[in-house]
Ligand binder design. Structure first.
Ligand SMILES: Cc1cc2nc3c(=O)[nH]c(=O)nc-3n(C[C@H](O)[C@H](O)[C@H](O)COP(=O)(O)O)c2cc1C
Length: 370
């Protein structure tokens, strides 16, 4: 795979002393090339939804409780019978190589060294399944697919994902056309390296994986039939990612999904959309525990993890925080991000008088009067 442009990703591998993730983002800006930082941090349009993904958390409060046993907060949980020590997993993210020269292999090692989480592997990963596997050291992995117009391509990619032990498929349904990401347009952004998992299917024998070529093959008439095809063909649990309304959640459940992934793609798609958190409660009210809910977009603190779980999520996923950890400290930085979330979530659990993730699920949030 030839390099299309020179791109000098950071190489440092070090533990990070994270005070908060907003600071970590500023530090990432200092170590990343401008086009790489913009690619990662940016959202669509005016970045209104990107900002609202953070502001939206303040719509509800957490009540502090006292006289409760808070000696041993336990953050462990399960999803699809997979045990994890923290209800925080890795969102599918394209091109980790924009953040660090170790690419997805670094992220995978960070997840494994933390002690286990679930790594969602993007179809647009910058290394092969085999390289990710080396880092993961046997940890759980889910595979995210963008469906192609070509059914054979979808089958081949699923076959490969299954062969390397993917235990769930994530169908990303919200990005069949790209949001208007003005930072990328301004920077004339192209991926500086190929995408080995899907590259060979994109254009016969070509190594051209600029975003235009990649995106031109996405299926624009995605439907419940595609969800059924994925479920039947893969014989794995399937999530639909990008659910933002109760109606679409019901559609996905009727199509036979094993999980709903509530997400607005980190504010990178429809600008002007509400924060992902603001959509969660309505969705969880119709899902009613029929299938698990993964939530993402805007998780930066233990408080956010808590509020998402109290509003119906089973686990949350993180996108940019993973890449900011990777950029600043390689695999050790990714591990530090998970440690930060564990510590912060435990503090919030102790202050709110909860001992387990199940307790959080039964804790009503405070509704501010309008
Ligand atoms: C740089 C970047 C690349 C992404 N690539 C993908 C992708 O390949 N597939 C996908 O389903 N979502 C992708 N996403 C969206 C994430 O899965 C996730 O929904 C989002 O990052 C969550 O928001 P957060 O960054 O605020 O945590 C990407 C997000 C970022 C920031």
């Amino acid at each position: 795979m030839k390099n299309k442009i020179n791109y000098n990703a950071p190489e440092d591998i070090k533990d990070l002393d994270i005070v908060n993730l907003f600071e970590l983002e500023r530090e990432a800006k200092n170590v990343l090339p401008k086009d790489g930082y913009d690619f990662i941090c940016g959202g669509a349009g005016d970045e209104y939804t990107l900002e609202r993904n953070i502001e939206g958390w303040n719509k509800k409060g957490i009540l502090q409780r006292v006289l409760a046993d808070i000696k041993y907060p336990d953050t462990s949980t399960t999803i699809l019978n997979q045990e994890i020590k923290l209800p925080v997993i890795v969102s599918p993210i394209a091109a980790h190589g924009m953040a660090h020269e170790s690419k997805e292999a670094g992220t995978a090692k960070g997840v494994a060294e933390y002690g286990g989480s679930i790594m969602s592997i993007s179809a647009y990963s910058s290394v092969s399944f085999e390289d990710i596997e080396k880092g993961l050291q046997g940890n759980n992995r889910w595979f995210q697919i963008y469906m192609s117009d070509d059914k054979e391509v979808n089958k081949n990619v699923i076959d490969e994902a299954k062969a390397v032990g993917a235990s769930a498929i994530i169908l990303t349904a919200d990005t069949n056309v790209d949001g208007r990401r003005e930072r990328n347009i301004r920077n004339k952004f192209i991926y500086p390296f190929g995408m080995p998992i899907v590259a060979r299917y994109l254009k016969d024998g070509a190594d051209d994986t600029s975003s235009d070529t990649v995106y031109s093959r996405k299926k624009l008439n995605l439907s419940v039939e595609d969800v059924k095809f994925l479920t039947d063909y893969s014989d794995l649990p399937v999530f639909v990612k990008g659910i933002q309304t109760p109606a679409d959640a019901i559609k996905a459940i009727d199509a036979g999904v094993s999980g709903i992934w509530v997400s607005n793609h980190g504010g990178r798609q429809l600008d002007g959309a509400p924060s992902s958190f603001e959509t969660l409660e309505g969705i969880s009210n119709v899902v009613q525990g029929q299938v698990p809910i993964v939530f993402d977009s805007g998780i930066r603190r233990g408080e956010h993890v808590f509020k998402a779980i109290a509003s119906g999520a089973d686990v949350v996923a993180i996108g940019r925080p993973v890449l900011y950890g990777l950029a600043n400290g390689g695999w050790k930085g990714v591990k530090s991000v998970f440690e930060y979330f564990e510590k912060d979530l435990k503090t919030v659990m102790q202050l709110s008088g909860t001992q387990t993730i199940e307790d959080i699920k039964h804790t009503p949030l405070f509704e501010y009067s309008k």
